[in-house]
Design a protein around this ligand. Structure first.
Ligand code: HGY
Ligand code: MN
Ligand code: MN
Length: 412
């Protein structure tokens, strides 16, 4: 009996339907941002399902939620899987959640197949992968892995001035569970399942993406400081118009990032203009830059010049440029990549090797040990959009590959 034989497509689909109610939006997406009431509700629901199965549930000091199925050698380094349950403000039902639910479904399939593994198998719902409320993203996995400082991240505030530490405390009241005071970074292997968030699997009629790595990414916040003035009385030549300077800076950055091969991914995703009054010259603008590329040298060349490009284009205003994310490209462990491909072949599923354009928690886990990812298609590659969609059969296929990989690794 293989674990994959007991993957239950209907049960897995229903769990997505249940979770999609938490932060559900009218157009079918979700707004379940990190440590929000909706996120707490998802943590509570996952905890209930886990407790019903007798799994151990605990939260670590940065709020990653761990579900652990015991092994016969329960002190052995665990095999881990997981992803994130927090979403973009207008996110989809599958981004992140699929990896948590596919991991949970794999645990249930091990139970239903009567399989006892040597190693414990854990599912982690990493805290704040999206970084839309608290920056930077992939925070929970980065702190767990020791890449970000715990105290510094606990002190981060959202745009309403709420401290992450306070939001976490509230979440643990709303979704109580055992808490551990230390990070246990031991793991034998990590495999994360995720929707592709791009169009390639669907276009090439493949069910499984055998993920070889993740492109590198950098994220910046840019603040432009000018001078508020009366729109009717202030001559243009004497203005310090923060909006005008921000537009000039973004146009200069567009030129800087221009890539005829269209490999560089450059995005200005957040733009705030203050005071935002129609008859006051803007005194301050805040915007973000997110850019990505598979090659470290290109990331370094483009990233290191950003401050200079901005400073040279803001005219009479001043600018503060801060890099908040700098993640190198990830190359997954060949043994794990091969393991995913072998499990896929054994299940007779059409597959292809591919890199990930999106960032994932796996990028912070991979530097610590053998890690890899499994992709399944999403409709037209749409993601970070309420229209994100996937099929029950593809979600179950990815869970089958995951279940057999976890079983084999947990007995190795
Ligand atoms: O931004 C990312 O790549 C991830 O989807 N949060
Ligand atoms: Mn994701
Ligand atoms: Mn995402």
């Amino acid at each position: 009996m293989r674990a994959s034989d007991k993957i239950n497509e209907t049960r897995l689909w229903q769990r997505h339907v249940d979770m999609a109610q938490l932060g559900g939006l009218p157009k079918g997406g979700v707004n379940r941002q990190a440590l929000s009431a909706e996120d707490a509700a998802a943590r509570r629901l996952l905890g209930q399902w886990a407790q019903a199965r007798g799994y151990d549930v605990f939260s670590d000091p940065i709020g990653n939620l761990h579900v652990r199925r015991a092994g016969t050698e329960n002190d052995a380094a665990p095999v881990l899987t997981g992803s994130h349950m927090d979403s973009q403000p207008t996110g989809g039902k599958y981004d992140g959640m699929y990896g948590v639910l596919a991991g949970f479904e794999a645990l249930e399939a091990l139970d239903d197949a009567g399989i006892r593994t040597k190693r414990p198998v854990g599912v982690v719902a990493w805290m704040n992968e999206e970084g839309s409320r608290f920056q930077p993203g992939a925070m929970g996995s980065a702190v767990w892995a020791g890449h970000y400082d715990l105290e510094r991240m606990l002190a981060v505030e959202d745009r309403a001035g709420v401290k992450l530490a306070d939001a976490l405390a509230q979440t643990l009241v709303a979704a109580p569970c055992r808490t551990v005071g230390e990070f246990d970074r031991r793991f034998h292997a990590y495999i994360e399942a995720h929707i592709e968030q791009g169009p390639r699997l669907e276009a090439e009629a493949k069910t499984i993406g055998v993920v070889t790595g993740i492109q590198g990414s950098q994220r910046y916040t840019i603040d432009i400081f000018g001078e508020e003035a009366h729109a009717g009385t202030t001559p243009l030549r004497s203005r310090k118009d923060a909006l005008k300077s921000a537009v000039a800076a973004i146009e200069a950055l567009e030129r800087h990032m221009h890539d005829p091969a269209d490999i560089v991914r450059f995005t200005v995703g957040r733009f705030e203009c203050r005071p935002g009054s129609p008859n006051t010259v803007p005194g301050q603008v805040h915007f973000t830059i997110d850019f990505r590329h598979p090659e470290s040298a290109v990331l370094a060349r483009l990233g290191d010049a950003i401050d200079k490009v901005v400073q040279a284009s803001v005219g009479p205003c001043t600018a503060k440029v801060e890099r908040v994310v700098n993640v190198a490209p990830t190359v997954f462990d060949a043994k794990i990549v091969d393991r995913v491909r072998e499990a896929t072949v054994e299940l007779g599923l059409p597959h292809m090797d591919m890199p990930s354009g999106a960032g994932h928690d796996a990028m912070h886990v991979a530097p610590l040990g053998p890690a890899g990812m499994i992709f399944v298609p999403c409709v037209r590659g749409i993601s970070h959009n309420e229209a994100e969609a996937a099929s029950p059969s593809d979600l179950a296929a990815g869970a089958r590959v995951l279940a057999d990989c976890l079983h084999a690794l947990a007995d190795s």
